[in-house]
Write a protein that binds this ligand. Structure first.
Ligand SMILES: Nc1ncnc2c1ncn2[C@@H]1O[C@H](COP(=O)(O)OP(=O)(O)OP(=O)(O)O)[C@@H](O)[C@H]1O
Length: 279
C-alpha cells in the first residue's frame, strides 16, 4: 500500500505506568488456597489484605504507544491479553498504577455490545456506528459503502440473529474501518471471518491504521498478527515478558518454526504492499 505523507499525530498516545488490574473474587474460599498459586494458564491467584481471593490479571504494565504503532499481544490462555485490551479501552480502571489514553478509541472485541440480534444488518450497521461515537446522519452516508464491503447482500435485511459469527464480524469490521478511530483495539474475534475476506479487510485495516493512529491486536493466530502488526508484546501471567518485532517475540514464545512462518507472511505482505504501491 502506498504510504501517504501524513504528519504523525503526536496527540494520539497510549501510556500505562505500573498499571495493575486485580479481580477480587468474593465467593472463593481463601482457606483452600494456602499460598499464592501459579498454574500453567491464567493470572496469579492470591489474597488481598482483607483475605479476599484476588486474581492478579495484570501486574506492573508499562507500555507507551504512539501514532503508527501496530502492536500484537501474544500469550497463553488467561495471560491477561483481554484484560489489557479492556484497560486500554477504558472499560477497566487500573487497581494500582495509571493508564492514560489520548484519542478516540474503537474497541472491536465484544461483538454483542452495540449490536441487536432482533434488528436487521442495515440497522445494526447504524447502531454499531453510533456506539462508536458517530451520528445516525453520518452513518447513513456511509451505509452503502459498508454494505458493499460486507458482501452480505440480501442478508442485510434479515435480523442479525440469523447471522453466523463470521457474518457479524464482517459488519463490525465494515463499520470500524469506515469511521476514523484514532486508536483501534481488536481481539481474536475478528479471526472468525474467512481467509479471503480477511485479505480484503487487512487492506482496509492497514489504511485505517496509517490514517489514524494506533492498533492493539490480541490473537493466537500468528498469521493475523504478522498481517496486521509490526511489533509484539508477550504477556505472561499478567506481565510483559518480552517486547520486540513480531518474529522475535513469536520465536521466543513458540520457537523457530513459528517464527519462520511469521517471516514468510511478513515478506508476502511486504511484496503485496509494494505491488499495490506501484499500481
Ligand atoms: N471478570 C473477571 N473476573 C475474575 N477474573 C477474571 C475476569 N476476567 C479475567 N479474569 C482472570 O484474569 C486473568 C487474565 O484473563 P484474560 O481474559 O485477560 O486472559 P487472555 O490472555 O485474554 O486469555 P485468552 O487467550 O484465553 O483469551 C485470568 O486468570 C482470568 O481468570
Amino acid at each position: 500500500m502506498a504510504k501517504k505523507n501524513i504528519a504523525p499525530d503526536t496527540r494520539v498516545r497510549v501510556d500505562t505506568w505500573d498499571a495493575c488490574v486485580d479481580f477480587p473474587i468474593f465467593d472463593a474460599k481463601t482457606r483452600s488456597l494456602k499460598k499464592s498459586v501459579i498454574g500453567a494458564a491464567g493470572g496469579v491467584i492470591g489474597a488481598n489484605a482483607s483475605n479476599v481471593v484476588v486474581v492478579e490479571a495484570l501486574k506492573n504494565i508499562n507500555i507507551h504507544l504512539k501514532h503508527g504503532d501496530r502492536v500484537g499481544l501474544v500469550g497463553h490462555n488467561g495471560a491477561g491479553k483481554s484484560t489489557l485490551l479492556r484497560l486500554l479501552s477504558g472499560i477497566y480502571e487500573p487497581t494500582r498504577g495509571a493508564c492514560r489514553v489520548q484519542g478516540r478509541v474503537a474497541p472491536v472485541f465484544d461483538l454483542g455490545v452495540g449490536m441487536d440480534p432482533e434488528i436487521s444488518g442495515y440497522e445494526n450497521i447504524i447502531i454499531r456506528g453510533m456506539f462508536l461515537g458517530m451520528t445516525r446522519k453520518e452513518m447513513l452516508k456511509k451505509i452503502d459503502d459498508i454494505a458493499e464491503f460486507t458482501e452480505l447482500g440480501d442478508y442485510l435485511q434479515m435480523p442479525l440473529r440469523t447471522y453466523s459469527t463470521g457474518m457479524r464480524v464482517r459488519i463490525a469490521l465494515g463499520v470500524v474501518t469506515s469511521i476514523d478511530p484514532e486508536i483501534l483495539i481488536l481481539d481474536e474475534g475478528i479471526g472468525a471471518v474467512d481467509a479471503e475476506f480477511m485479505k480484503k479487510a487487512r487492506g482496509r485495516l492497514q489504511a485505517l491504521v496509517e490514517r489514524s493512529g494506533i492498533l492493539v491486536f490480541a490473537s493466537h493466530s500468528n498469521e493475523f498478527l504478522a498481517q496486521l502488526c509490526d511489533r509484539a508484546l508477550w504477556i505472561d501471567k499478567g506481565e510483559v515478558r518480552m517486547e520486540g518485532g513480531i518474529d522475535e517475540v513469536v520465536e521466543a514464545y513458540e520457537g523457530p518454526a513459528a517464527a519462520a512462518h511469521v517471516r514468510k507472511i511478513m515478506a508476502e505482505v511486504k511484496a503485496d504492499d509494494s505491488t499495490k504501491a506501484s499500481e
